[in-house]
Design a protein around this ligand. Structure first.
Ligand code: PMP
Ligand code: GLU
Length: 397
């Protein structure tokens, strides 16, 4: 019998991390693996941000910080929300955490009681349902298929709400689909929430700057529900700072205080040096962000044109983030060398073994029909990866 708690035994390993690990292991054996599994910008952190971190060390910002973050950082976040998003938050409503991942965990653990329901549109980011499990909540999934551009309608939302609903969780731009909700679409959802004053809305906006259609729209702009919205954001994607571990929530004061109390017992907040780098990131302007966005858009177009020419791969044109989530059902039941592909996860493993391209199967995103392909990689790598994928898929019959 396992010594471990049911809590950890019931938790699934993060599929994105698992596939990245498998890719790295294969590469360590000398195999030329192209990794399109991890959602990680392949750019370096901009120089002015790194400089600020070096200075922070030299100035001895090496002690415990306030649990919710240094006031100058929280003020810079509140300033960003005002200037870029037109949203009013006092700095006391901002809690800085060890990545957006911890910000999400804080919010869910602070809000959800055992048995309460959390509505999550599928496909969703892998950690959402798992953190709901940790809180002993119940995930209620709403299907948003590719035909709906992976977005839910207000009618679907209304139908999923019960007296037990506590929270709604989504990302826009979306990981894994790249779909972006328009202002109108968000307003439609906000109108439903207006009728249900006990439901909170976790709005994961970490891909805010990787949006190819328009300016970013936050569901927190609707004043009637703003007090119940918890904005999640971070620095990993916009500023290529995945390893620095910094993200934040913007919420009402009650939730902010609860998140402070939660992480006061778990991490004591994020790294002091990282926080000073975070201030420089927010104060340094968006030049590097916009350059990255242009590069991502170029890659998106290249990969889209290549993918849509592969017979059997159904793909839409994502409007943001840096992922494709093509439907690959037409390959299910096909075989190669005696191996029959049953589902998207097996196809993803097949692609790793046969094409040496790491992707992620859709199951842990709540969609068994698709695989996720990250295009946060150099152009030549992407072109070669899709060539290999096409060749490997062509061998299946
Ligand atoms: N939300 C989404 C949708 C993500 O894709 C990620 C992965 N980076 C996170 C949150 C967590 O980001 P981090 O912890 O690196 O800030
Ligand atoms: N969020 C990224 C992804 O979806 C990084 C991995 C993770 O944080 O789980 O791949």
């Amino acid at each position: 019998m396992s010594a471990l708690s049911n809590r950890i035994n019931n938790l699934s390993e993060s599929a994105t991390i698992k596939m990245a690990k498998m890719g790295r292991e294969l590469a360590a054996k000398g195999v030329d693996v192209i990794s399109l599994s991890f959602g990680e910008p392949d750019f370096h952190t901009p120089e002015h941000i790194k400089e600020a971190a070096k200075q922070a060390m030299d100035q001895n910002y090496t002690y415990y910080t306030p649990v919710s973050g240094y006031p100058d950082l929280r003020k810079a976040v509140a300033g960003k929300l005002k200037i870029e998003n037109g949203l009013d938050y006092d700095f006391s409503q901002i809690v800085v955490s060890t990545g957006a991942k911890q910000a999400i965990a804080n919010a869910v653990l602070c809000l959800v009681n055992p048995g309460e329901e959390v509505i999550i549109p599928t496909p969703y980011w892998v950690s959402y349902s798992e953190v709901v499990k940790l809180a002993e909540g119940i995930s209620i999934f709403i299907e948003a298929p590719v035909e709906q551009d992976f977005k839910i309608t207000p009618e679907q939302l209304e139908a999923a709400i019960t007296p037990k609903t506590k929270l709604f969780m989504f990302s826009s731009p979306c990981n894994p689909t790249g779909s972006v909700y328009s202002k109108n679409e968000l307003e439609g959802l906000a109108k439903v929430f207006e009728k249900h004053p006990n439901i909170y809305i976790l709005s994961d906006e970490i891909y805010e700057h990787i949006n190819f259609v328009d300016k970013h729209e936050s569901i927190a702009q609707f004043e009637t529900i703003k007090d119940r919205v918890i904005i999640i954001n971070g620095f990993s994607k916009a500023f290529a700072m995945t390893g620095w571990r910094i993200g934040y929530t913007a919420s009402n004061k009650e939730i902010a205080n609860a998140c402070d109390k939660m992480q006061g017992q778990i991490t004591s907040g994020t790294c002091s040096i990282t926080q000073k780098a975070g201030v420089a990131a927010l104060e340094g302007g968006l030049e590097s962000v916009l350059k990255m966005r242009e590069e991502f858009k170029k890659r998106r177009d290249i990969v889209y044109n290549l993918l849509k020419d592969i017979e059997g791969v159904k793909v839409n044109l994502p409007e943001g983030a840096f992922y494709f989530f093509p439907d690959v059902t037409s390959f299910f039941g096909k075989s190669y060398n005696g191996n029959t592909i049953k589902d998207a996860d097996e196809l993803s493993i097949y692609l790793l073994e046969e094409a040496h391209v790491a992707t992620v199967g859709g199951d842990s995103f709540g969609d068994k029909k698709s695989i996720r392909i990250s295009y946060a990689a150099a152009e030549d790598k992407l072109i070669e990866a899709v060539r290999r994928i096409k060749e490997a898929l062509g061998k299946l019959n």
